[in-house]
Design a protein around this ligand. Sequence first.
Ligand code: PRX
Length: 659
Amino acid sequence: MSENEATTDKIERLITPLETHPPAPEFVAGTKVPADLRERAAADRLGYWAEQARELEWATPFTEVLDWSNAPFAKWFADGELNASVNCLDRHVAAGRGDRVAIHFVGEPGDTRDVTYAELHREVQRAANVLESLGVTAGDRVAIYLPMIPETVVAMLACARIGAVHSVIFGGFSSDAIRQRVDDAGAKLVITANGSNRKGRVLPLKEAVDAALERPGHTVEHVLVIERPDHEVEWVEGRDLRWHDAMAAADDVHEARAFGAEHPLFILYTSGTTGTPKGLLHTTGGYLAQVAATHRTSFDLRDDDVYWCTADVGWVTGHSYIVYGPLANGATQVMYEGAHDFPTLDRWFEIVERYGVTIFYAAPTAIRGFMRSGREIPQRHDLSSIRLLGSVGEPINPEAWEWYREVIGGGTAPIVDTWWQTETGAHMIAPLPTQDALKAGSGQKPVPGVVVEVIAEDGRRVDPGEMGLLTITEPWPAMARGIWGDDDRFIETYWSQFPGRYFAGDGAGVDLDGDLWLLGRVDDVMNVSGHRLSTAEIEGALVEHRFTAEAAVVGAADETTGQAVVAFVVLKESQREAAAETDAVAALREWVGRIIGRIARPRDLYIVDELPKTRSGKIMRRLLKDVAEGRQVGDTSTLTDASVMQAIAGGVAGGAHDD
Ligand code: PRX
């Protein structure tokens, strides 16, 4: 499909009346979400957020709601004091819900473990004592590089309990990426595991941490190592400590102290349009209030729900909708360690069946993958417990939406498409399943208490039926409080393009009913399987290789993963011979995996003689995207040499790439 056809298709959706799915009366019966929630929030936005925040337990109640005097650095509930781990654990235990299962854990090898709120509470207290015994105190940064296991939740909540700031690093990132993040945050401690079970193999997490810390000059004093797979690791005496030994020796009572609502809770790194990842900073009270509120309202949470979010805890979805939201709400959830297709594609559905999952929250890439492999696989299982489906991380195409509802949701489950970002901390756009008539593929409305506007480049609000840029016009409680160590970059990146507004980097359309359609990024950020990657960062990695003179990376449309990384590389004259003697394409792909992580490896990598550039030397990524997506190359009139594109397109069509 050409770019024009794709655009026309999107506009069609905005101006064509579509079939809607109103909530079924039997679905709405018994909901705890008030029918007038949205109206109430619109009438008194700050009052609404204060009411949501009062659902938390405060050691010192707040009297101020929002202080926006130092915009864009917000303060919410600033004179209140609370402890995030007390809100996720102690208060549920104190209320007599200690025996409730917090986490039904399923390991990839097939082992299972149910962790109750009382058990999680004890483990977190022990871990808080361990951290304090290692000299970690409030405000210190702790890097966490762990698999999807309950100990990861324990580690995060133990940091929160003592006021230390966690920085979780996704297990798919390389040692270089770990080092970059550890250095930027000045982490004092790293918590890792001897490995992670992945598709029947062991991902060597500890080795990656060792490699990251090999070069001196870092701030890490200790590495705490959890033993998970059967896998021997090297030991650095004096630095490395066994988690299990330390936990066994620690007391399981830890008196939690309350912190100011604006006390930092975590840093989470994410890719932007430049080469270095940004550490988004989130604080305690506002973040917790919004993740808990949206977890209740977007998913219509009820007492007997068994909730499952399949995201990895290394991404913001895992922070907000595995750890803080569900646990603050005292929910029961499933946590799965491994890959969705290991040992077979039945895995997720077996888990749904086994635990009677009622709310299932996943990314469109996974859904499209299952669509391709066929409905017989889910249909082999009893999925009738599912009453609500969620989607996150990337635009969900209407076909995938319909399939998800019909095959996984039994033709009746509402689908809540949740749009948000690492920067926003919590859901920002999502339908209310108890009251909105759903439209396949639309995020529909801002969540109660959030105000957005789709505008044109010139700042004018777009009319219904038009596409534009998504902006957020009012501060919200879970918003990032900045980029760690770089206030200017925070202002510049998000608040300068349209003064007074947060610009999300996403395109959006507004249909004739005023509903929102998220259209993906409009900048050089790619979205591969719902994972955020930066073109600049991958280009930076490629040019670090001795073969590379120049590199350009684009995100090309991909039927399953949404987008895929496609790279174009010009070799150094002096290296052509060396490159010819090896498989340069494979070597460069592996290199990106080593520098950034496996997730960033280009799907296709083309060696080309030249990159298309304008007279001012700017690389024309748009043209490369045409080639990568197999389209007729667009307007080349601004190129210094139009024949460059013919050569590239010819080379690509000739199959000069790696499959
Ligand atoms: O482009 C949007 C896309 O993911 C970006 C945010 O990525 P990240 O910070 O990694 O957070 C992902 C999980 C929330 C956004 O700028 N995105 C996220 N959710 C959706 C989406 N695009 C369309 N529809 C969504 N529901």
